[in-house]
Design a protein around this ligand. Sequence first.
Ligand code: ZN
Length: 210
Amino acid sequence: MKLKLNFGRVLFNRSRPRSFAWAIASLLSIGSISAFLPQSLQAQYTPTAARQQNPWQYASFPVENFQAYTSGYGYRSSPVDGSSQFHYGLDLAAPIGSYVRNWWTGQVVELSDNTACGTMIKVQSGDWQHVYCHLMGRVQSDRNTRYLVDREGGIVLQLGQQVPAGARIARVGMSGRTTGPHLHWGLKYANNYLDPALVLQAMFTTEAKL
Ligand SMILES: [Zn+2]
C-alpha cells in the first residue's frame, strides 16, 4: 500500500491545535486503517457509543504550528549524506520550540538523547508505540529513573509516566541528525512500523464524517 503525500505548505490553525482536519486534507484516501485499532484500546479509551463510528476521536495531531510534511515514510535519499535509506516515520516541519502533543494516551517507555533520533520519547498505548524525535531538552538520570528535561519549555517527563492524548510532552528541536526543525513521528503496531500518514488519514476521514 503506497501513499503519496502532498508536500505543499498547509498552515495549521494556531488557535485549534488539536484540529488536524485541514492539515491532512492533502493526504490521499487509502481506505480504512481502523481495523488496526486494537479492541483493547477502544475499550479503554473510547466510550461504547462512539466506539464503532469514531474510534480515533481521542487521538491528537502530534505537533502545534504545523507547517508542512517534509518527508514521508519509505525509501528516500538521506538529507544528511545522500545515501539511500528507509525512513521509518513522517517528518512534520514546525518552527523550533513548537509544542509536541502526545498522539494517544499511554505510558512513556523510553527516553534517550544519544542516537540519530536526538532527544527522543517513546510512548506505548496498548499494541501501539509512538516515537517523537529531534526534540529540545536532554535526558537526565538519577539512581531510580530517567527524565526528559526542557526547562524553558516547562517540560519534565518521567520514564514510566502516564500521558494523556493531546498533552504537551516536548518541543520541536534540532537534536540528532536533522537539517532543520521538525518532528520525526514514528508509529509501530504490534512491533511493526507503519506509515503514520495512514493514521492521520484515518483520523481525518473519521472527523469529516461527524
Ligand atoms: Zn524523519
